[in-house]
Design a binder for this molecule. Structure first.
Ligand code: C2E
Ligand code: MG
Ligand code: MG
Length: 435
C-alpha cells in the first residue's frame, strides 16, 4: 500500500482490494458498490493555479471523500483526477444512487486551498457487484463505461445499466421518435476541442451530434445514427449537421474563427448523390473557408466502395476541404490503401489510446501508427486521451494533435466558446505550455 493515501493506487493493489471485497461479498451474499469520481477541470485548475495548489486540492478532495465514507468503506486515488469509493453492504442500486447524490452534494461547497477558492464539478460513474461484473476486471470496465456515460449524457452521475436491457428499451423509442427529432429541433451539435501537442494551442474542434430527448436527456449518436441509417433519415440529418456546423462557426467571435472544424460523415452519406453539391452550396451561403473544414470518414466507409469513395473525397479535396480518416486501426487497416486516399489527417482510434499506458501492445500500435502516418505526410490526431500521463506520452511520441476528455469533453456551442476563452487566458499566462 502507498505510504501516502493520496498516491495513485497501483493496478495490482487495486485489484487485490477488489478481489478481497468480492470474496467477502460472496461469503456474506452481500452487494457492494464502486463509484468512480472524476474531476474534468483538473487540468485547467493546474494551469490556472499551479501544480502545488493542484496537489493540495487533491489532498482536500481525498479528505472530504474520506469524511463522507463509513469506516467499512474505502477511498482510493484511482488516476490523476479520479477517485474510487468502495461502498460495502449496500442494498440495491438505490443505495449507490444515494451515495453518489450525497457526494455530489458535498462538492457543492467550494474548496479553500491557501488563498484560492475552488469550485469543483465532478462526474460519477457507478457499478455494483455482482450485477455489473463478477470479477475485478469486469467491474472496472462497467465502472468506466458508466463514467463515460455520465459525461456524455451530461448527467452528474450514472450507475451502470446492463446493455441488453437498455438497448431494447431505447430502440423502440428511437425508431418511433427519431423522425420527429429534426422537426422538433431536438438535435444539437457539441464541440470537442483539439489541441496542438507541440504548441499547446487549440487548433480546432470536432462537431459531435447530440439528440436532446425531452425525457431521456442526451442520447448518444452511437445509439441513433445506425437507426437513422437504416430508416433512411441519415441524409436529412447529414444536411442538418453540415448546415448547423457552418452556421455556428460563422457566428463565432473573431478571436475563434480561425479554428478548424471537423464534421463526421456517415458511410450512408456517400450514397447520397447531392452530397458534394450541398456542401458546396452551404459553404457559399455561410462564406466558409474550405480549409477551415475537415470531413472525417472511417476506414470502413472507404472500403465499402473504395472507387466511389475516392471520387467523392477527391471532389472535397478539390474544393480545398481537408479529409481525415477516423477510428484508424479498427477497420481493415490496410496500409496500401492509405497512399491512394486524398487524406490530410489520420485519427488513431480511442480504443488504442485510452489503454496505451496499461497495455504494451496498444502502445506499440500507437507508436507504429504515428510513424507510419507521418511517413505518409498525414497529421496524426490521438482521440480518447483521458489523463495527463497519456497526453504527455503522446507528446513525446511526436503525435500532432490531442483530443479527449483530459482536454475537455464535447461541449455545447456557448460552453465551448467560454471554455476556449478560459483556456487561452490560462495558457497566455504561461511562458511554455505544459499541460
Ligand atoms: P468519433 O467520431 O470517433 O467521435 C469520438 C467519440 O469519442 C465521441 O463520442 C466522443 O464524445 C468520444 N470521446 C471523446 N473523448 C473521449 C475520451 O477521452 N474517452 C472516451 N471514452 N470517449 C471520448 P460520441 O460523441 O458519442 O460519438 C460517437 C460516434 O458517433 C462518433 O465517433 C461518430 O462515429 C458518431 N458521430 C458523432 N457525431 C456525429 C455526426 O455528427 N455525424 C455522424 N455521421 N456521426 C457522428
Ligand atoms: Mg470522429
Ligand atoms: Mg473516432
Amino acid at each position: 500500500m502507498s505510504a501516502n493515501p493520496t498516491h495513485i493506487v497501483q493496478r495490482e493493489h487495486l485489484f487485490s482490494i477488489l478481489d478481497e471485497a468480492i470474496e467477502q461479498s460472496k461469503s456474506e451474499s452481500s452487494e457492494f458498490a464502486l463509484l468512480l469520481l472524476k474531476i474534468d477541470q483538473f487540468r485547467s485548475l493546474n494551469l490556472t493555479h499551479g501544480f502545488d495548489i493542484g496537489d493540495l486540492l487533491i489532498e482536500d478532495i481525498f479528505q472530504r471523500l474520506t469524511n463522507i465514507a463509513r469506516p467499512q468503506d474505502r477511498v482510493l486515488r484511482y488516476a490523476g483526477s479520479e477517485f474510487l469509493i468502495l461502498i460495502r453492504h449496500i442494498q440495491g442500486e438505490g443505495h449507490a444512487d444515494l451515495a453518489a447524490i450525497r457526494i455530489l452534494a458535498e462538492f457543492e461547497d467550494s474548496f479553500q486551498v491557501t488563498d484560492h477558492r475552488i469550485r469543483i464539478n465532478p462526474n460519477i460513474g457507478g457499478a455494483i457487484f455482482p450485477h455489473h461484473g463478477r470479477d475485478s476486471t469486469a467491474l472496472c470496465s462497467s465502472l468506466e463505461k458508466a463514467l463515460v456515460e455520465s459525461k456524455n449524457s451530461l448527467e452528474r452521475y450514472f450507475i451502470f445499466a446492463n446493455k441488453s436491457d437498455q438497448d431494447e428499451n431505447l430502440d423502440w423509442d428511437i425508431r418511433s421518435e427519431l423522425k420527429f427529432a429534426l422537426e422538433k429541433d431536438q438535435l444539437e451539435l457539441h464541440f470537442q476541442p483539439q489541441v496542438d501537442l507541440q504548441t499547446g494551442q487549440v487548433s480546432g474542434a470536432e462537431a459531435l451530434l447530440r439528440w436532446k430527448h425531452p425525457i431521456r436527456g442526451y442520447v448518444s449518436p452511437g445509439c441513433f445514427i445506425p437507426i437513422a441509417e437504416l430508416d433512411g433519415l441519415i441524409h436529412e440529418i447529414t444536411l442538418w449537421i453540415i448546415h448547423s456546423a457552418l452556421w455556428l462557426i460563422s457566428e463565432w467571435p473573431a478571436n475563434v474563427d480561425k479554428l478548424r472544424i471537423s464534421i463526421n460523415l456517415s458511410p450512408k452519406s456517400f450514397e447520397y448523390e447531392g452530397l458534394i453539391e450541398s456542401i458546396h452550396d452551404t459553404t457559399a451561403i455561410f462564406d466558409t473557408r474550405p480549409d477551415q473544414l475537415t470531413f472525417e470518414v472511417t476506414e470502413s466507409t472507404i472500403m465499402k466502395d473504395m472507387n466511389s469513395a475516392i471520387m467523392i473525397l477527391d471532389d472535397l479535396k478539390e474544393m480545398g476541404i481537408n479529409i481525415s480518416i477516423d477510428d484508424f486501426g479498427t477497420g481493415y487497416s490496410s496500409l496500401s490503401y492509405l497512399k491512394r486516399l486524398p487524406a490530410n489527417e489520420l485519427k488513431i482510434d480511442r480504443s488504442f489510446v485510452t489503454n496505451m499506458l496499461q497495455d504494451d501492445i496498444d502502445l506499440h500500435i500507437v507508436k507504429s501508427i504515428i510513424t507510419m502516418a507521418q511517413g505518409f505526410g498525414l497529421t496524426v490526431v490521438a482521440e480518447g486521451i483521458e489523463d495527463r500521463e497519456t497526453y504527455q506520452m503522446l507528446n513525446s511520441l511526436g503525435c500532432d494533435i490531442a483530443q479527449g476528455i483530459y482536454v475537455s469533453k464535447p461541449l455545447p456551442p456557448q460552453a465551448f466558446i467560454e471554455w476556449l476563452n478560459q483556456y487561452n487566458q490560462a495558457i497566455s499566462q504561461l511562458a511554455t505550455v505544459t499541460l
